[in-house]
Design a protein around this ligand. Structure first.
Ligand SMILES: NC(=O)c1ccc[n+]([C@@H]2O[C@H](COP(=O)([O-])OP(=O)(O)OC[C@H]3O[C@@H](n4cnc5c(N)ncnc54)[C@H](O)[C@@H]3O)[C@@H](O)[C@H]2O)c1
Length: 415
């Protein structure tokens, strides 16, 4: 088996963290049991480009339990947990990922995963599929799966341009993914990353959340729960209204730039914090990004205004502006929850990765009959995933009486 990781001697530490995560992933475990029995992925090669975390390790071993051969590379240069990579390699999984690798190494690893000619590719951000479509016309996978909002947006753009030549399952579109992972996962873990990097007290601070979508609404709720005054910046009127009715101040970025102690971007968009905003910020403003790519904070414009930067703490850089003010950037403007903390808690990744495993199974079973383009997983699977997760939380699920089911299915019984 081939691999490229930072340090194989970290395997024992990684194995313990993978075990801990697994103990909090009952939905994926129930799929693993079935996969072990039925081997629905027998003979299938899967190439995965995902954050190399303890939770991803459990997805990889679940896919392998189903009979698949798996190769894994990172979906972000800063999100790899080197001990997890080492533990996976010790367990016989091919991994090509090193935390803080440069762009050359990142794309070399993606190309290495494609060399195995995967039947199924798994993406978080669509870098694997993009590289495949641009560079490997000889490869014809059954299909692919996509984990995140930004990846789904890129894939829909590929489909609109007519270049997507196989089906892709948008795992992000499953209710048991985006309503929980994006909202609760990003909400908690983004603040976790900022807190680990800064040890800041949120109570009493003004926290500006830019983008009030599935992720941003979670970030805003958690910041508010810690006692922050939350200011929201949005471009979509419905989402802006929703933030206003939650009680948050909604304003323009030009205005918010002057108000914030902490800024968190989570839009999936380019340069939402840029030159004119740095010019207006208070001394000591803290900036973090929770959106997929490191494009939301315009670091080039920040560098152009700065006399230099120094690393103050783990994943915290202080930039000195020409007029003497300081701006602090967490995790180099990359995904703050993965760069400065451990990513989402296992409980939410349990549901996201249950959907990934089910998507792989669906592609093997029905992929040949799916048209090229972006597809949603069948909706009944959301109910199955949610029911197991609810049971883990000790929640009981009520049932409709026969009379109620008849009432809901009838148009005659108005009164
Ligand atoms: N950190 C993580 O672990 C994690 C997890 C899931 C998703 N993501 C990423 O987070 C990003 C957001 O995902 P989402 O599911 O919340 O998407 P979403 O579409 O639900 O929300 C994005 C919001 O940003 C707003 N927006 C776009 N441009 C803007 C601008 N210039 N100014 C202000 N608001 C703007 C949009 O109107 C939208 O409401 C994506 O890049 C996604 O891939 C990160």
């Amino acid at each position: 088996m081939d691999f490229d990781i930072a340090d194989p001697s970290l395997a024992a530490d990684g194995a313990l963290r993978i075990e801990w995560a697994r103990s909090r992933m009952p939905v994926l475990d129930s799929i693993r049991e079935r996969f072990e029995r039925d081997k629905p992925l027998a003979g299938i090669r899967i190439g995965a480009c995902l954050h190399v975390t303890a939770e991803t390790a459990n997805l990889m071993t679940t896919l392998r339990a189903g009979g698949a051969e798996v190769a894994l590379c990172a979906s972000n240069p800063l999100s790899t947990q080197d001990d997890v990579a080492a533990a996976l390699v010790a367990d016989g999984v091919a991994v090509y990922a090193v935390r803080a690798e440069d762009a050359d190494s990142y794309y070399r690893h993606i190309r290495t995963v494609l060399e195995a000619a995967p039947h199924i590719t798994m993406d978080d951000g669509a870098d694997l599929v993009t590289t495949l479509l641009k560079e490997r016309p000889d490869l014809h996978p059954i299909g692919s799966t996509e984990e995140t909002t930004t990846g789904v947006i890129r894939l829909r753009a590929m489909a609109a341009d007519g270049v997507l030549r196989f089906p892709v399952v948008a795992v992000n579109d499953s209710a048991t993914k985006h309503l929980f992972d994006n909202h609760h996962g990003t909400g908690q873990s983004s603040l976790d990353g900022i807190l680990r990097a800064t040890n800041l007290l949120f109570a009493g601070k003004t926290v500006v959340v830019i983008g009030y979508g599935h992720c941003g609404s979670g970030v805003a709720a958690r910041a508010s729960g810690l006692g922050a005054r939350v200011v929201v910046v949005e471009v979509d009127p419905v989402r802006a209204l929703s933030a206003a009715m939650e009680g948050f101040t909604v304003t323009t970025m030009a205005n918010a730039a002057r108000l914030g102690d902490v800024f968190i971007t989570v839009t999936g968009n380019l340069h939402v914090i840029r030159g004119e905003h740095f010019d207006a910020m208070r001394d000591g403003a803290i900036l973090a990004n929770a959106g997929h790519f490191d494009v939301e904070i315009d670091l080039e414009a920040l560098a152009a205004r700065s006399t230099g930067k120094r690393r103050l703490r783990h994943e915290l850089d202080e930039w000195k502006l020409q007029d003497g003010r300081r701006v602090l950037v967490v995790a180099e403007g990359r995904l703050v929850n993965l760069g400065a903390a451990e990513g989402h808690p296992a409980e939410v990744m349990d549901m996201s990765f249950a959907n990934q495993a089910l998507a792989a199974e669906w592609l093997v079973r029905d992929g040949k009959s799916l048209a090229p383009g972006v597809h949603r997983l069948p909706e009944h699977l959301d109910g199955e995933v949610a029911a197991i997760a609810l049971k883990r939380l000790g929640g009981g699920l009520d049932l409709l009486t026969d009379e109620q089911a008849r009432y809901l299915g009838s148009w005659e019984m108005g009164t």
